[in-house]
Design a protein around this ligand. Structure first.
Ligand SMILES: Cc1ncc(COP(=O)(O)O)c(C=O)c1O
Length: 414
């Protein structure tokens, strides 16, 4: 069965009204390498400071709502280093239970929970971690695997474009030998660039790895999205991993945090490393209480977000824009070259209509979340249609490499 055909339609309905930050925008923010955003050469007129801003750069941008600040007021105020805070303990217990693990640890960020998870598995160099070559733990955590764990990385190319396979894992496992840094951990990511890792393949990889004494770690920053889209229970994913990191401050919508889960002994050791990292925090109850609220109230709205992303992907393709990865959840990766425009061509027009995107040359990643609605998608689509039509009227052709080199919009990768 193809990967796309294996996806089950989401069954949970949109139960909660979307909440938007009402904070007016005072400063224009363009994701670019220019020092002063206001001097962007293409921005003829300013944004409307009172209009709602829709931010497609990442799901990390989700802003805490007034309701969330109210929830924080009633949170417990104990010390989490002493493990005495009720709401932190409750959140850790809740997430470890739903993922089928014994224990959990609330951390400040996904980078911290990933790196602590890997560090706890990796006991003594020489050793290495095997992962997809596009993995966050390999590319976007500041080289943390080499820094914290003194480990080598075996980045594996995913030939099907979506996920690495059991065969690719087996072919790239580094054996114990005088000359090598043997594989001690296989680290998977789900979703990766918004793409869902099929559970059957995770099972096959896990069985092979564990049979060889290799630990399984999951960067599940967006496992919530995969779970909501496929209907596969979190505990089913949990069966195939010795540790999992689940982010709370991305699509879940909480202001801060990530959870590492594993068995009790593993989490005890990770807690020790968290202190060593300087990540032992004190009165974190407010953040924990909000995070649980978001899991219960925002996670069930993800299928609705995915539906908007699907419509966006379809309509963008109708305009001649290509998708660089299949759209499966909340991310739409695009290349605008064949439509004859660059990201710098569309960026100012979008900003004038209070839409933020990131990008580089002719590529961009549009990320949807609970603070993006159909109206936002419509504004984005209408604006792109207008810009493409305008460029066409000037005789635009597909954008060539020499043209895109001049663009100076930074990629946004979180
Ligand atoms: C897949 C993935 N894993 C981990 C992280 C790290 O999370 P954080 O930004 O909280 O460190 C991110 C996002 O930044 C991510 O996209």
């Amino acid at each position: 069965m193809s990967i796309l055909a294996s996806l089950r339609p989401a069954t949970r309905s949109l139960a909660h009204i979307r909440a938007f930050s009402s904070t007016p925008v005072h400063k224009l923010y363009i994701q670019s390498n220019l020092q002063n955003d206001q001097t962007h050469p293409n921005l003829a007129s300013p944004m409307d400071p009172n209009a709602k801003v829709y931010d497609f750069r990442s799901d990390t941008v989700t802003a805490p709502t007034d309701e969330m600040f109210d929830i924080m007021k009633s949170a417990s105020r104990g010390d989490d280093v002493f493990q005495e805070d009720y709401n932190v303990n409750d959140l850790e217990h809740f997430v470890s239970s739903i993922t089928g693990h014994e224990a959990g640890m609330f951390c400040a960020s996904g980078t911290m929970s990933n790196q602590l998870g890997l560090r706890t598995h990796l006991q003594q160099p020489p050793h290495s971690v095997l992962c997809d070559h596009r993995s966050h733990v390999f590319l976007w955590e500041a080289g943390g695997i080499s820094f914290h764990s003194q480990a080598n990385v075996s980045p594996v190319y995913a030939h099907n474009g979506v996920h690495i396979t059991a065969e690719e894992v087996i072919n790239n496992i580094v054996e114990e030998d005088l000359h090598t840094a043997p594989t001690k951990v296989v680290s998977l990511e789900n979703t990766l660039n918004g793409m869902i890792f099929p559970i059957e393949e995770i099972k096959r990889i896990s069985e092979h790895a564990r049979a060889r004494g290799i630990k399984m770690h999951l960067d599940g920053a967006r496992l919530w999205n995969a779970h909501q889209e496929t209907g596969v229970p979190l505990s089913e994913y949990g069966r195939y991993f010795d540790s999992m990191s689940l982010c709370l401050s991305k699509g879940v919508g909480a202001p801060i945090g990530s959870i590492l889960v594993g068995d009790a002994k593993f989490i005890r050791k990770s807690r020790h490393f968290r202190k060593l990292f300087g990540g032992g925090w004190r009165q974190a109850g407010g953040m924990a209480k909000v995070a649980k609220h978001c899991i219960e109230n925002i996670v069930p709205t993800m299928p609705q977000t995915h539906k908007i992303a699907r419509r966006l992907a379809n309509e963008l393709q109708d305009m001649g824009i290509t998708l660089t990865f299949p759209q499966m959840t909340n991310m739409v990766f695009i290349n605008t070259a064949s439509a004859g425009v660059t990201i710098n061509d569309i960026l100012p027009a979008l900003l004038r209509r209070n839409i933020k995107i990131g990008g580089n040359g002719t590529t961009s990643r549009l990320v949807l979340h609970h603070q993006i609605n159909d109206e936002a998608a419509d504004i984005l689509l209408d604006t792109l249609r207008d810009v493409i039509a305008h460029k066409k009227s000037l005789g635009a052709r597909p954008v060539s490499a020499s043209e895109i080199k001049q663009d100076a919009v930074k990629a946004y990768t979180q």
